[in-house]
Design a protein around this ligand. Structure first.
Ligand code: WQD
Length: 338
């Protein structure tokens, strides 16, 4: 079956393409390469032995999107990763984020509804929970007002899909709420390629470890957590990618009466910033230079997933430990700097 992966050259997208191909799906990719490289195709091909079809395209071009679907009217499912994802930038450029993340979602959904089978998976985020009242966070936890336009695009995106599913029973959709993805494919053929100074913790750590950055700033050590630093649920990107495959398989089985479902995708356990640093020091066998600085605005204190629903309904569970994920991130960093 043919699956369209938008943003298929990006960090999570590329790992998902690999897992889809490993599970017998034919993949076609759309990516505008604004935050990715066409070289990623080589990495995917190296791992799977199959070069997926790739079309460079800006999804804001509605006519081009329509033409693409006309030419590929045998698409059986769509996984939609393509989006802008920098929280800080979204505050500076809200309209760009609403256009990039919501107009494109609408165009894609409009085309999917014209297909023989309308199957859709959306990249959502744990950011929709804000600072949840209870840990671990279940899918029924309230969605809190978004802290940034980026976060808001994920909330509104989910609402757009839910409302469309309500009136379109033949549309089957799943939103996956990612916690904190990290790591790289163990082959080191694909991994994270942050543009400029990384905003996320793990690429900043590995870049510091390799000498590209002088030291890591730890944003606050006076939080009400065991060691005072923030706690997150770090999930290996390969585990996250596999969740998309099982979600697609569930949609294709169509044996459930709900045509819209939401799943948390995390490991179920939290790690503090200092624990992540320790993991790095262990797997890289070197100390990391870091200093404690002020809290970062907008950070929640603690967020980790209750993954019971994904465990039971999707029969999926994250398999990798923090150290294994960190090892893959480190191997990747060493490879791209060599
Ligand atoms: C993790 C922890 C920081 C950098 C982001 C997005 C969110 C969602 C998940 C996609 C925090 C600390 C970080 C640094 C630090 N993504 N940190 N020094 O903020 O949990 O969430 O990814 O939807 O929307 O915002 O991830 O990696 O930025 O931070 O101390 O230089 O590391 O304070 O506690 P975050 P992150």
């Amino acid at each position: 079956m043919k699956v369209l992966v938008t943003g298929g050259l990006g960090f999570i997208g590329s790992h998902t393409v690999v897992e889809l191909q490993n599970n017998g799906f034919e993949v076609v990719i759309i990516d505008d390469c604004s935050n990715s490289s066409v070289k990623v195709l080589e990495g995917i091909t190296e791992i799977t032995g199959v070069k997926p079809f790739f079309k460079k395209m800006d999804l804001r071009d509605k006519a081009a999107v329509h033409q693409f679907f006309k030419e590929h009217n045998d698409i059986g499912g769509v996984i939609h990763f393509a989006a802008s994802k920098a929280v800080g930038e979204s505050v500076e450029k809200p309209l760009l984020y609403y256009e990039n993340n919501l107009n494109t979602l609408i165009y894609i959904l409009q085309e999917i509804l014209e297909l023989e089978s309308s199957n859709f998976i959306f990249s959502s985020s744990c950011t929709v929970y804000g600072q949840a009242d209870k840990m671990p966070i279940t899918e029924s936890a309230p969605v809190k007002p978004a802290e940034s336009p980026y976060g808001n695009t994920k909330q509104i995106g989910e609402e757009i899909i839910r409302d469309t599913c309500k009136v379109t029973p033949r549309l089957q959709a799943i939103s996956l709420r990612y916690f904190n993805p990290m790591g790289a494919h163990p082959s080191t053929h694909i991994g994270e390629l942050p543009v400029g100074v990384p905003q996320n913790l793990v690429p900043f750590i590995t870049q510091t470890g390799v000498g590209l950055r002088e030291e890591l700033s730890v944003f606050g050590d006076d939080y009400p957590t065991p060691d005072g630093t923030c706690v997150r649920d770090y999930i290996h990107v390969v585990d996250l990618a596999k969740a998309h495959v099982v979600a697609m398989q569930r949609i294709l089985q169509k044996d459930n009466d709900k045509n819209y479902e939401v799943f948390n995708v995390g490991t179920g356990s939290g790690s503090s910033v200092l624990e992540v640093i320790s993991s790095f020091e262990k797997v890289a066998e070197r100390p990391l230079r870091y200093k404690i600085v002020d809290r970062r605005e907008g950070d929640v204190i603690t967020a980790y997933a209750d993954t019971t629903k994904a465990n039971q309904v999707l029969n999926w569970k994250a398999e990798s430990s923090l150290d294994e994920a960190m090892k893959s991130a480190w191997d990747w960093e060493l490879k791209i700097r060599s």
